[in-house]
Design a protein around this ligand. Structure first.
Ligand code: ADP
Ligand code: ASP
Ligand code: MG
Length: 403
């Protein structure tokens, strides 16, 4: 007998037929004598539709607290429907909202972090032989308010439960049958990987491969939870295992990812003095704005420019924070570019192989794609390019490395 955590994403429960399909997958494990905890996301595009409804009421953006109250409703619908489908198969089941399942979070509405998971209710339900169906993506804060964990956060809910219960398996079911070297919906030649390390998966997820939420990978690494990404539509097909150490493969890079949720901000005509970069990034840090690629120009005639990228959602906030600095720093202007995307390659293989960057840039050059910014770490290289070139860039770079 094993304890299995299974997570099903929005497309896996998009309609009644898919919900029944998921119920059957769960039933098969349960009937073999396993304990099963299931985490589900909102059906199909429900979360996007709810956001749209909120913006109809207040286009300026409603308060984050009320937004979480609204968005958590999507998962409430899914757990009830899935529990009904399991009941229909004659199996004992109970559905639980995030707070009922013991998810306590901090108070950062919209992007809350799990502070503690009190799994006693889940354990009690398992002891009663129930299949436990938990609403992903949500928890409760110290004010007893509903919080959500950020887009794609149900993956993190599943990993947290698997870690807390020391589950034997944590399976993430989605609409593709594993992790590929690029988004298989966009790149026809993408190859499925049988295994990938936490570090590589974390980079891919952070750099735009939404097949797993990056926080979930971070948590899986921290608590050593092995993940298995697989398809709910082809449940018999073996998926991709995400774990610490994998068989060495001769691949220079493991994947190409695209992130369109980025924009570039340039502060032009800054004094070329010590402390300027500190002042700029300090004010952004104080506002909790995450900065990604940073580029500083060479100082000329006593002035310099600093450019950096932020998530599109934080663009406005970043610009207004910088405007407050204008009187003190006396820079010339702030220039913004929203029409950009980041394309990245990831792989631990590049650490020991020179020439990986050159190969990536050659592929982009041959495709006639201009690079606006570059950033590197030991296991990734990212370039910022025009948004319209992004899909072509992914394809060109993928073809250069993976065949
Ligand atoms: P879910 O609703 O199940 O959480 P998501 O839409 O969040 O599913 O994630 C699955 C999607 O991730 C796939 O449909 C695929 O288009 C996309 N994707 C992006 N990059 C990759 C990749 N490298 N491997 C697999 N899927 C990827
Ligand atoms: N329903 C949420 C979202 O769309 C959470 C998730 O799917 O994991 O972001
Ligand atoms: Mg997802």
């Amino acid at each position: 007998m094993a304890l299995i955590v299974k997570k099903f994403g929005g497309s896996s429960v998009a309609n009644a037929q898919r919900v029944m399909n998921v119920a059957n997958i769960i039933a098969e494990d349960y009937q073999k004598g396993n304990q099963v905890v299931v985490v589900v996301s909102a059906q199909g595009d429900t979360t996007d539709d709810l956001i749209e409804k909120a913006l109809e009421i207040n286009p300026e953006g409603p308060s984050k607290r009320e937004m979480d109250m609204l968005l958590s409703a999507g998962e409430q619908i899914s757990i009830a429907l899935l529990a009904m489908a399991i009941e229909r198969l004659g199996l004992p089941v109970v559905s639980l909202l995030g707070w009922q399942a013991g998810f306590q979070t901090d108070s950062k509405y919209g992007i809350a972090r799990i502070k503690n998971l009190d799994a006693s209710r889940i354990e009690a339900e398992l002891a009663r032989k129930n299949i436990v169906v938990v609403a992903g993506f949500q928890g409760i804060n110290k004010y007893d308010d509903i919080t959500t964990l950020g887009r794609g956060g149900s993956d993190t809910s599943a990993v947290a439960i698997a870690a807390s219960l020391k589950a034997d398996l944590c399976q993430i079911y989605t609409d593709v049958d594993g992790v590929y070297t690029a988004d298989p919906r966009k790149v026809k030649t993408a190859q499925k990987m049988s295994e990938i390390t936490y570090d590589e998966m974390l980079e891919l997820a952070t750099l735009g491969a939404q097949v797993l939420n990056n926080r979930s990978v971070e948590m899986a690494k921290k608590y050593n939870v092995e993940l298995e990404v697989r398809s709910s539509l082809e449940p018999k097909v073996p998926g991709t295992i995400v774990k610490e150490v994998i068989k060495m493969e001769k691949m220079l890079i493991r994947g190409v990812a695209k992130d369109s949720d980025t924009s570039r901000i340039s502060v032009v005509g800054l004094q070329d003095n010590p402390g300027i970069a500190f002042k700029i990034f300090n004010v952004l840090a104080q506002k909790n704005i995450n900065v990604d690629i940073i580029l500083q120009s060479i100082g000329r005639d006593g002035t310099k420019d600093i450019s950096f990228t932020v998530a599109k959602s934080q663009h406005k906030e970043a610009v207004s924070a910088l405007e407050e600095l204008q009187p003190a720093l006396n820079f010339k202007e702030i220039a913004c570019d929203d029409d950009v995307a980041k394309v990245s390659i990831v792989g631990t293989g590049m650490e020991t192989h020179p020439g990986v960057a050159a190969k990536m840039f050659e592929a982009l050059y041959e495709a006639g794609i201009n690079i606006k910014m570059i950033s590197t770490s030991e296991i990734k290289i990212s370039v910022l390019i025009n948004a319209k070139d992004a899909d072509r860039a992914v394809e060109a770079v993928h073809d250069a490395f993976i065949r």
